[in-house]
Ligand binder design. Structure first.
Ligand code: HEM
Length: 503
């Protein structure tokens, strides 16, 4: 009797195992992941690939695995897209399906799980935030209202450099002063406020805390705890630091900037004229469309998305102009021919095609956000004939799209002329899926309307007034890159000699 029971049990086990194998084979066949290295249990591909998932490493992997590949990083599915057609599919054709954002353990803290606009999933909250932010930030009216402010800030940079004797001899780390300019450009829009000098204590507080936010979120250091949840306890100190920085930062925005405008609004009621961006945002809060946390997260988003990206791009542009004196001379000649002794203003930009080409080439060659901000599909999806598991992180390698010799003539050369010759029709706004410095489609950068004129005015004024040179004894500026989770900065902030031009 016992033997019969054992026999039945063994048969049952055999049948169950066979069924499991058959089912798993059938499912495996139907569920076709993009190619990629073979993952191992628990770690996936993490041990093979490492932490530093920058645009160049992902480019090397695209050469090996193709224009779409899949990595399993611990528990996280990562899909990297490296062709214009697939970029179009992710950003445009299937823009809704792939229009969400992944957050990692750190961004969950900095955005309180997507209370903001940049890192929230595609849906009602995102739509509302984007609508509320459009009028105060992203229209031509905003450009026209603020351009005089940007021109004044650029004039002050030039004036200070001219009166600093070191700038013309040993050179200065020009970024320091340009950072103040960028803060003033954006804080004027946001709060109608500016900081007088690089020594302003509040400016320095903001600068330091924004730097920490950026360092902690762009670092690859925390990947292990993000990819492999059982390792998360080892990340406790890192995550506590993130919480501390987040709380301190939001408190700073509240105490020094937002609370004052809110109080004014409460006193004046609906009679108050909406003067700066924050008034519009607080008005939306008053109407019950968003809450006060959302207001602070909008300020947080602008502090990251607007300030850093634009500053990095200006810094890259200056480095390329110093290292390519012929291009700098040609730009100077265009500015002289079109403007004479007049200083460049925003409406002049359309009369300065070479300057526009220099800006475009900087954004192509030194793309500030080379992998765009990571996208995500909330549900299971199809891409390029492959199955993409729900909640995969989708990276579009925009840097490689814009630097792939299969699509561009000599992409390794910094050559603005390409945008006046063979690529004359290509715009930064995403009309060509080989060139996406601001992304394309629903989640594309709404700040392009501000960024392009600010970069143009700044580079234009510098070249009009100075010969920009490497420091004495140095032939070129060091352009070693420093990449982050999805950022690309210059590693060493350049010292630049600004020798006043003689007319
Ligand atoms: C050179 C400067 C800039 C560059 C290169 C840049 C680039 C980008 C990129 C690549 C994205 C993501 C696109 C995607 O994921 O498909 C993005 C998103 C965004 N950018 Fe910019 N940006 C710049 C300046 C600005 C400025 C000045 C602002 C605001 C005033 C801004 C606000 C935003 C916002 C709010 C988003 C999120 C959009 C969304 O998720 O719906 N950016 N930017």
């Amino acid at each position: 009797m016992d033997l019969v029971l054992l026999e039945k049990a063994l048969l049952g086990l055999f049948a169950a195992v066979t069924l499991a194998i058959v089912v798993s084979k059938l499912c495996g066949k139907r569920f076709k992941l993009p190619p990629g290295p073979t993952p191992v249990p628990i770690f996936g591909n993490w041990l093979q690939v490492g932490d530093d998932l920058n645009h160049r490493l992902l480019t090397d992997m695209a050469r090996r695995f193709g224009e779409i590949f899949h990595l399993l990083m611990g528990v996280r599915d990562l899909v990297v897209v490296s062709s214009p057609d697939l970029a179009r599919e992710v950003l445009h054709a299937q823009g809704v399906e792939f229009g969400s954002r992944t957050r990692n353990v750190v961004l969950d803290i900095f955005t309180d799980k997507g209370q903001d606009m940049v890192f929230t999933v595609y849906g009602d909250h995102w739509r509302k935030m984007r609508r509320i932010m459009t009028v105060p930030f992203f229209t031509n009216k905003v450009v026209q209202q603020n351009r005089a402010g940007w021109e004044e800030e650029a004039r002050l940079v030039v004036e200070e450099l001219k009166t600093n004797p070191t700038a013309a001899t040993e050179g200065v780390v020009i970024r320091r002063r340009l950072q103040l300019m960028m803060y003033n450009d954006m804080y004027r829009i946001m709060f109608d406020k500016r900081f007088d000098s690089v020594d302003d204590p509040l400016f320095n507080k903001l600068k330091a805390i924004n730097f920490e936010r950026s360092r902690l979120s762009q670092s690859f250091e925390f990947n292990y705890g993000d990819f492999i949840p059982i390792l998360r306890p080892f990340l406790r100190r890192y995550l506590n630091k993130c919480k501390e920085v987040k709380d301190h930062r939001l408190q700073l925005f509240h105490e020094h900037f937002v609370a004052q405008r809110k109080k004014m609004m409460e006193e004046k009621g609906s009679k108050m004229e909406l003067e700066c961006a924050i008034d519009h945002i607080l008005d939306a809060e008053r109407k019950g469309e968003i809450n006060y946390d959302n207001v602070l997260y909008i300020v947080e988003n602008i502090n990251v998305a607007a300030l850093e990206t634009t500053l990095w791009s200006i810094e890259w542009g200056i480095a390329e102009l110093v290292n390519n004196p012929e291009i700098q001379r040609k730009l100077g000649a265009e500015l002289d021919a079109v403007l004479g002794r007049d200083q460049i203003t925003e409406p002049d930009l359309q009369r300065l095609p070479y300057l526009q080409a220099v800006v475009k080439e900087t954004l192509r060659y030194r793309m500030a956000i080379p992998l765009l901000v990571p996208h995500m599909n909330l549900n299971h999806a199809k891409l390029g004939g492959y199955d993409i598991p729900g909640e995969s992180k989708i990276l579009v390698n925009a840097w490689w799209l814009a630097n792939n010799p299969a699509h561009w003539r000599k992409p390794e050369e910094f050559r603005p002329e390409r945008f006046l010759e063979e690529e004359a029709k290509v715009e930064a706004s995403g009309n060509d899926f080989r060139y996406l410095p601001f992304g394309a489609g629903r989640r594309s950068c709404p700040g392009i309307i501000l960024a392009l004129p600010i970069i143009g005015i700044t580079l234009g004024r510098l070249v009009q007034n100075f010969e920009l040179l490497p420091p004495p004894g140095q032939a070129k500026i060091d352009t070693t890159e420093k990449a982050g989770q999805f950022s690309l900065q210059i590693m060493k902030h350049s010292t630049v000699v600004c020798k006043p031009r003689v007319f």
